[in-house]
Design a protein around this ligand. Structure first.
Ligand SMILES: NC(=O)c1ccc[n+]([C@@H]2O[C@H](COP(=O)([O-])OP(=O)(O)OC[C@H]3O[C@@H](n4cnc5c(N)ncnc54)[C@H](O)[C@@H]3O)[C@@H](O)[C@H]2O)c1
Length: 338
Protein backbone atom coordinates (compact mmCIF):
# COMPACT_ATOMS: atom_id res chain seq x y z
CA UNK A 1 0.00 0.00 0.00
CA UNK A 2 1.53 3.39 -0.94
CA UNK A 3 2.36 5.58 2.06
CA UNK A 4 0.11 8.41 0.82
CA UNK A 5 -2.94 6.14 0.82
CA UNK A 6 -5.96 7.87 2.34
CA UNK A 7 -7.52 4.87 4.04
CA UNK A 8 -4.97 4.04 6.70
CA UNK A 9 -5.80 3.16 10.27
CA UNK A 10 -3.73 5.47 12.40
CA UNK A 11 -3.18 5.66 16.15
CA UNK A 12 -2.32 9.07 17.62
CA UNK A 13 -1.21 8.91 21.25
CA UNK A 14 -1.42 12.04 23.38
CA UNK A 15 -4.57 12.98 21.42
CA UNK A 16 -5.96 14.69 24.51
CA UNK A 17 -3.01 17.10 24.32
CA UNK A 18 -1.97 20.00 22.13
CA UNK A 19 0.00 18.74 19.10
CA UNK A 20 -1.71 15.35 18.76
CA UNK A 21 -5.15 16.99 18.84
CA UNK A 22 -4.27 19.12 15.81
CA UNK A 23 -2.60 16.15 14.09
CA UNK A 24 -5.77 14.07 14.58
CA UNK A 25 -7.85 16.77 12.84
CA UNK A 26 -5.39 16.88 9.94
CA UNK A 27 -5.34 13.08 9.48
CA UNK A 28 -9.15 12.97 9.60
CA UNK A 29 -9.35 15.68 6.91
CA UNK A 30 -7.11 13.50 4.74
CA UNK A 31 -9.65 10.68 5.02
CA UNK A 32 -7.88 8.30 7.39
CA UNK A 33 -9.50 6.32 10.20
CA UNK A 34 -7.97 7.66 13.41
CA UNK A 35 -7.86 6.26 16.94
CA UNK A 36 -6.84 8.71 19.66
CA UNK A 37 -5.40 7.54 22.98
CA UNK A 38 -4.71 9.60 26.07
CA UNK A 39 -5.11 9.48 29.82
CA UNK A 40 -7.39 12.54 29.48
CA UNK A 41 -9.87 13.92 26.96
CA UNK A 42 -8.96 17.14 25.11
CA UNK A 43 -9.72 20.12 27.36
CA UNK A 44 -10.67 22.80 24.86
CA UNK A 45 -12.33 21.12 21.84
CA UNK A 46 -13.69 17.62 21.16
CA UNK A 47 -11.37 15.21 19.36
CA UNK A 48 -12.19 14.45 15.74
CA UNK A 49 -10.84 10.90 16.17
CA UNK A 50 -13.13 8.05 15.06
CA UNK A 51 -12.43 6.32 18.35
CA UNK A 52 -10.88 7.72 21.53
CA UNK A 53 -9.38 5.43 24.17
CA UNK A 54 -9.08 7.11 27.56
CA UNK A 55 -6.29 4.93 28.88
CA UNK A 56 -3.02 5.09 30.80
CA UNK A 57 -0.21 4.20 28.38
CA UNK A 58 2.21 3.40 31.21
CA UNK A 59 0.30 0.13 31.32
CA UNK A 60 1.61 -2.36 28.73
CA UNK A 61 -1.78 -3.98 28.21
CA UNK A 62 -3.21 -0.60 27.30
CA UNK A 63 -0.38 -0.05 24.80
CA UNK A 64 -1.28 -3.39 23.17
CA UNK A 65 -4.99 -2.44 23.02
CA UNK A 66 -4.16 0.94 21.50
CA UNK A 67 -2.00 -0.40 18.63
CA UNK A 68 -4.30 -3.29 17.70
CA UNK A 69 -5.21 -3.23 14.00
CA UNK A 70 -3.24 -0.03 13.28
CA UNK A 71 -1.15 0.64 10.15
CA UNK A 72 0.73 3.63 11.60
CA UNK A 73 1.39 5.09 15.04
CA UNK A 74 2.21 8.70 15.89
CA UNK A 75 3.37 8.41 19.51
CA UNK A 76 3.10 11.88 21.04
CA UNK A 77 1.92 11.09 24.58
CA UNK A 78 4.38 12.26 27.23
CA UNK A 79 4.55 13.66 30.73
CA UNK A 80 5.85 17.14 29.94
CA UNK A 81 5.55 20.88 30.49
CA UNK A 82 7.51 24.14 30.47
CA UNK A 83 10.92 24.64 32.06
CA UNK A 84 9.46 25.10 35.57
CA UNK A 85 7.78 21.71 35.33
CA UNK A 86 10.54 19.66 33.71
CA UNK A 87 13.21 21.12 36.03
CA UNK A 88 11.46 19.38 38.92
CA UNK A 89 10.25 15.79 39.30
CA UNK A 90 13.08 14.21 37.31
CA UNK A 91 12.30 10.76 38.71
CA UNK A 92 8.57 10.89 38.01
CA UNK A 93 8.86 12.33 34.48
CA UNK A 94 11.63 9.90 33.53
CA UNK A 95 9.76 6.91 34.92
CA UNK A 96 6.40 7.84 33.35
CA UNK A 97 7.88 8.50 29.91
CA UNK A 98 10.13 5.42 29.98
CA UNK A 99 7.17 3.19 30.77
CA UNK A 100 5.04 4.76 28.01
CA UNK A 101 7.76 4.78 25.35
CA UNK A 102 9.08 1.27 25.94
CA UNK A 103 5.53 -0.09 26.13
CA UNK A 104 4.45 1.67 22.95
CA UNK A 105 7.39 0.72 20.73
CA UNK A 106 7.28 -2.89 21.88
CA UNK A 107 3.51 -3.15 21.37
CA UNK A 108 3.66 -1.47 17.95
CA UNK A 109 6.39 -3.83 16.79
CA UNK A 110 4.52 -6.90 18.08
CA UNK A 111 1.33 -5.77 16.34
CA UNK A 112 3.26 -5.42 13.03
CA UNK A 113 2.50 -1.70 12.71
CA UNK A 114 4.01 -0.44 9.42
CA UNK A 115 5.48 2.80 10.78
CA UNK A 116 6.05 4.24 14.23
CA UNK A 117 6.80 7.95 14.72
CA UNK A 118 8.35 9.03 18.01
CA UNK A 119 8.17 12.65 19.22
CA UNK A 120 11.49 13.69 20.71
CA UNK A 121 12.68 17.15 21.69
CA UNK A 122 15.43 19.72 21.30
CA UNK A 123 16.05 18.93 25.01
CA UNK A 124 18.24 16.03 23.82
CA UNK A 125 21.00 18.49 22.79
CA UNK A 126 24.00 19.05 25.07
CA UNK A 127 23.63 22.05 27.36
CA UNK A 128 27.26 23.15 26.75
CA UNK A 129 26.33 23.97 23.14
CA UNK A 130 23.61 26.32 24.40
CA UNK A 131 25.45 28.70 26.72
CA UNK A 132 25.20 31.84 24.56
CA UNK A 133 22.07 33.75 23.46
CA UNK A 134 23.68 34.07 20.01
CA UNK A 135 23.81 30.30 19.76
CA UNK A 136 25.03 28.25 16.79
CA UNK A 137 21.95 26.40 15.46
CA UNK A 138 21.89 22.76 16.54
CA UNK A 139 22.50 20.07 13.93
CA UNK A 140 21.12 16.57 14.40
CA UNK A 141 24.60 15.08 14.89
CA UNK A 142 25.31 17.48 17.78
CA UNK A 143 23.26 15.26 20.13
CA UNK A 144 26.39 13.12 20.64
CA UNK A 145 28.64 13.12 22.66
CA UNK A 146 25.58 13.27 24.84
CA UNK A 147 24.83 15.70 27.67
CA UNK A 148 21.04 16.12 27.43
CA UNK A 149 18.69 17.96 29.75
CA UNK A 150 18.30 15.98 32.98
CA UNK A 151 15.33 13.63 33.16
CA UNK A 152 13.04 14.62 30.29
CA UNK A 153 15.83 15.11 27.70
CA UNK A 154 17.80 12.04 28.74
CA UNK A 155 14.74 9.81 28.42
CA UNK A 156 13.95 11.24 24.97
CA UNK A 157 17.50 10.51 23.81
CA UNK A 158 17.30 6.96 25.14
CA UNK A 159 14.03 6.32 23.29
CA UNK A 160 15.47 7.80 20.08
CA UNK A 161 18.18 5.13 20.30
CA UNK A 162 15.61 2.44 21.10
CA UNK A 163 13.83 3.33 17.84
CA UNK A 164 17.15 3.03 15.99
CA UNK A 165 17.84 -0.39 17.57
CA UNK A 166 14.37 -1.69 16.64
CA UNK A 167 15.05 -0.62 13.06
CA UNK A 168 18.52 -2.19 13.00
CA UNK A 169 17.64 -5.45 14.74
CA UNK A 170 14.06 -6.09 13.56
CA UNK A 171 13.67 -3.95 10.44
CA UNK A 172 10.93 -2.02 12.27
CA UNK A 173 10.19 1.28 10.45
CA UNK A 174 10.60 4.20 12.85
CA UNK A 175 10.65 7.99 12.41
CA UNK A 176 12.01 10.37 15.06
CA UNK A 177 11.17 14.06 15.22
CA UNK A 178 12.93 16.60 17.47
CA UNK A 179 10.47 19.43 18.09
CA UNK A 180 11.69 22.94 18.86
CA UNK A 181 9.06 24.90 20.91
CA UNK A 182 5.65 24.51 19.33
CA UNK A 183 2.86 27.05 19.97
CA UNK A 184 -0.68 27.79 18.78
CA UNK A 185 -4.36 27.72 19.77
CA UNK A 186 -5.58 24.84 21.99
CA UNK A 187 -2.23 24.58 23.81
CA UNK A 188 -2.01 24.56 27.60
CA UNK A 189 -1.87 28.17 28.79
CA UNK A 190 -2.04 27.88 32.58
CA UNK A 191 -1.63 25.43 35.46
CA UNK A 192 2.19 25.20 35.43
CA UNK A 193 2.76 23.02 32.33
CA UNK A 194 2.43 25.81 29.77
CA UNK A 195 5.31 26.97 27.57
CA UNK A 196 6.62 30.50 27.11
CA UNK A 197 4.42 31.74 24.21
CA UNK A 198 1.21 30.61 25.92
CA UNK A 199 2.33 31.80 29.37
CA UNK A 200 3.31 35.21 28.00
CA UNK A 201 0.08 35.47 25.99
CA UNK A 202 -1.87 34.71 29.19
CA UNK A 203 0.01 37.39 31.11
CA UNK A 204 -0.46 39.94 28.36
CA UNK A 205 -4.17 39.10 28.04
CA UNK A 206 -4.65 39.64 31.77
CA UNK A 207 -2.69 42.88 31.89
CA UNK A 208 -4.04 46.37 31.25
CA UNK A 209 -2.21 48.76 28.98
CA UNK A 210 0.81 50.11 30.90
CA UNK A 211 0.88 47.27 33.48
CA UNK A 212 4.03 45.43 34.55
CA UNK A 213 4.50 41.73 33.74
CA UNK A 214 7.02 39.33 35.21
CA UNK A 215 9.48 37.46 32.97
CA UNK A 216 11.59 34.50 34.08
CA UNK A 217 15.31 35.24 33.62
CA UNK A 218 16.79 38.45 32.16
CA UNK A 219 14.76 38.23 28.93
CA UNK A 220 17.89 37.89 26.78
CA UNK A 221 17.70 34.09 26.55
CA UNK A 222 16.84 33.01 23.00
CA UNK A 223 14.66 30.38 21.32
CA UNK A 224 12.94 29.65 18.02
CA UNK A 225 9.19 28.97 17.94
CA UNK A 226 7.14 26.93 15.47
CA UNK A 227 3.44 27.46 14.77
CA UNK A 228 1.24 24.36 15.15
CA UNK A 229 0.17 24.22 11.46
CA UNK A 230 3.83 23.94 10.39
CA UNK A 231 4.40 21.32 13.08
CA UNK A 232 1.56 19.11 11.82
CA UNK A 233 2.67 19.52 8.20
CA UNK A 234 6.22 18.49 9.14
CA UNK A 235 5.00 15.47 11.10
CA UNK A 236 2.96 14.10 8.22
CA UNK A 237 5.78 14.76 5.74
CA UNK A 238 8.31 13.00 7.97
CA UNK A 239 6.08 9.95 8.45
CA UNK A 240 5.78 9.62 4.66
CA UNK A 241 9.48 10.13 4.03
CA UNK A 242 12.10 7.39 3.95
CA UNK A 243 14.22 9.07 6.63
CA UNK A 244 14.67 6.96 9.77
CA UNK A 245 17.15 9.04 11.81
CA UNK A 246 16.21 11.90 14.17
CA UNK A 247 15.22 15.11 12.39
CA UNK A 248 14.84 18.65 13.74
CA UNK A 249 11.42 20.21 13.29
CA UNK A 250 11.34 23.89 14.16
CA UNK A 251 11.95 27.32 12.74
CA UNK A 252 15.36 29.00 12.69
CA UNK A 253 13.88 32.43 13.50
CA UNK A 254 15.82 33.16 16.69
CA UNK A 255 14.22 35.64 19.14
CA UNK A 256 14.95 36.73 22.69
CA UNK A 257 12.24 36.24 25.29
CA UNK A 258 11.96 40.03 25.53
CA UNK A 259 11.30 40.13 21.77
CA UNK A 260 8.67 37.43 22.20
CA UNK A 261 6.98 39.57 24.87
CA UNK A 262 7.05 42.58 22.51
CA UNK A 263 5.54 40.53 19.67
CA UNK A 264 2.71 39.26 21.90
CA UNK A 265 2.13 42.78 23.29
CA UNK A 266 1.94 44.17 19.76
CA UNK A 267 -0.61 41.50 18.80
CA UNK A 268 -2.64 42.57 21.84
CA UNK A 269 -2.22 46.28 21.14
CA UNK A 270 -0.80 46.87 24.64
CA UNK A 271 2.34 48.52 25.92
CA UNK A 272 3.66 46.71 29.00
CA UNK A 273 6.60 47.03 31.37
CA UNK A 274 8.81 43.96 31.81
CA UNK A 275 10.01 42.98 35.28
CA UNK A 276 12.73 40.30 35.10
CA UNK A 277 12.94 37.69 37.84
CA UNK A 278 16.46 36.22 37.81
CA UNK A 279 15.63 33.68 40.51
CA UNK A 280 13.36 31.70 38.15
CA UNK A 281 14.59 28.87 35.87
CA UNK A 282 15.24 29.97 32.29
CA UNK A 283 16.54 26.73 30.77
CA UNK A 284 19.46 26.88 28.36
CA UNK A 285 20.74 30.34 27.42
CA UNK A 286 20.10 30.02 23.71
CA UNK A 287 18.67 27.37 21.38
CA UNK A 288 18.04 27.34 17.65
CA UNK A 289 17.32 24.70 15.03
CA UNK A 290 19.68 24.03 12.11
CA UNK A 291 17.24 23.15 9.32
CA UNK A 292 19.78 22.05 6.70
CA UNK A 293 18.84 18.38 6.99
CA UNK A 294 15.13 19.15 7.31
CA UNK A 295 15.23 20.96 3.97
CA UNK A 296 17.22 18.12 2.36
CA UNK A 297 14.97 15.35 3.65
CA UNK A 298 11.51 16.90 3.36
CA UNK A 299 12.15 19.50 0.63
CA UNK A 300 10.25 21.84 2.93
CA UNK A 301 10.63 23.76 6.21
CA UNK A 302 8.29 25.67 8.55
CA UNK A 303 7.14 28.92 6.97
CA UNK A 304 4.93 30.73 9.47
CA UNK A 305 6.84 33.49 11.27
CA UNK A 306 6.29 34.32 14.93
CA UNK A 307 4.50 37.64 14.28
CA UNK A 308 1.94 35.83 12.12
CA UNK A 309 1.43 32.74 14.29
CA UNK A 310 1.16 34.62 17.55
CA UNK A 311 -1.99 36.48 16.43
CA UNK A 312 -4.43 33.49 16.41
CA UNK A 313 -2.62 32.10 19.47
CA UNK A 314 -3.06 35.30 21.45
CA UNK A 315 -6.68 35.71 20.32
CA UNK A 316 -7.56 32.18 21.39
CA UNK A 317 -5.97 32.57 24.84
CA UNK A 318 -7.55 36.00 25.30
CA UNK A 319 -10.94 34.44 24.48
CA UNK A 320 -10.39 31.63 26.99
CA UNK A 321 -9.78 34.28 29.63
CA UNK A 322 -12.99 36.10 28.81
CA UNK A 323 -11.66 38.53 26.19
CA UNK A 324 -10.02 41.93 26.21
CA UNK A 325 -8.68 42.28 29.72
CA UNK A 326 -11.95 41.08 31.29
CA UNK A 327 -10.09 39.06 33.91
CA UNK A 328 -7.43 41.45 35.03
CA UNK A 329 -5.64 39.82 37.95
CA UNK A 330 -2.25 40.03 39.68
CA UNK A 331 0.34 38.51 37.41
CA UNK A 332 2.13 35.31 38.29
CA UNK A 333 5.46 34.34 36.77
CA UNK A 334 5.97 33.93 33.04
CA UNK A 335 7.55 30.59 32.18
CA UNK A 336 10.64 30.60 29.98
CA UNK A 337 10.62 28.16 27.06
CA UNK A 338 12.24 24.81 27.06
N1 LIG B 1 5.04 21.42 22.55
C1 LIG B 1 6.36 21.51 22.39
O1 LIG B 1 6.90 22.60 22.22
C2 LIG B 1 7.21 20.27 22.40
C3 LIG B 1 8.61 20.42 22.31
C4 LIG B 1 9.41 19.29 22.32
C5 LIG B 1 8.82 18.02 22.37
N2 LIG B 1 7.45 17.91 22.47
C6 LIG B 1 6.89 16.53 22.54
O2 LIG B 1 5.74 16.46 21.69
C7 LIG B 1 4.77 15.59 22.25
C8 LIG B 1 3.43 16.31 22.36
O3 LIG B 1 3.59 17.49 23.14
P1 LIG B 1 2.40 18.50 23.45
O4 LIG B 1 2.97 19.87 23.45
O5 LIG B 1 1.22 18.21 22.60
O6 LIG B 1 2.12 18.10 24.97
P2 LIG B 1 0.75 17.85 25.77
O7 LIG B 1 1.12 17.79 27.22
O8 LIG B 1 -0.29 18.84 25.34
O9 LIG B 1 0.32 16.42 25.26
C9 LIG B 1 0.84 15.23 25.80
C10 LIG B 1 -0.31 14.31 26.14
O10 LIG B 1 0.20 13.08 26.68
C11 LIG B 1 -0.74 12.62 27.61
N3 LIG B 1 -0.21 11.67 28.58
C12 LIG B 1 0.66 11.93 29.60
N4 LIG B 1 0.82 10.82 30.35
C13 LIG B 1 0.03 9.86 29.78
C14 LIG B 1 -0.22 8.50 30.11
N5 LIG B 1 0.35 7.90 31.18
N6 LIG B 1 -1.06 7.79 29.33
C15 LIG B 1 -1.67 8.38 28.25
N7 LIG B 1 -1.47 9.65 27.91
C16 LIG B 1 -0.62 10.39 28.66
C17 LIG B 1 -1.19 13.89 28.33
O11 LIG B 1 -2.44 13.68 29.01
C18 LIG B 1 -1.25 14.91 27.20
O12 LIG B 1 -2.58 15.05 26.71
C19 LIG B 1 5.35 15.12 23.59
O13 LIG B 1 5.98 13.87 23.40
C20 LIG B 1 6.39 16.17 23.91
O14 LIG B 1 7.39 15.65 24.75
C21 LIG B 1 6.65 19.00 22.48
Amino acid sequence: MPMHSRDKKILVTGAGGFIAHHLTSRLKKEGHWVRGADIKLPEYAPSSADEFLKIDLRDRENCAAAVEGMDEVYHLAADMGGIGYISQSHAEITLNNTRMDVGMIEAAHRASVQRFLYSSSACVYPSHLQHEPDVVPLREEDAFPAAPEEGYGLEKLYTEKLCEYFTQDYGFETRVVRFHNVYGPLGTYDGGREKAPAAIARKVARARDGDEIEIWGDGLQTRSFMYIDDCVEGLVRLMRSDYALPLNLGTDELVTIDELVDIVSAAAGKRLVKRHDLSRPQGVRGRNSDNTRLREVLGWEPKIDLRTGIVPTYRWIDKQLGGAGAHHAPLAAVAAPR
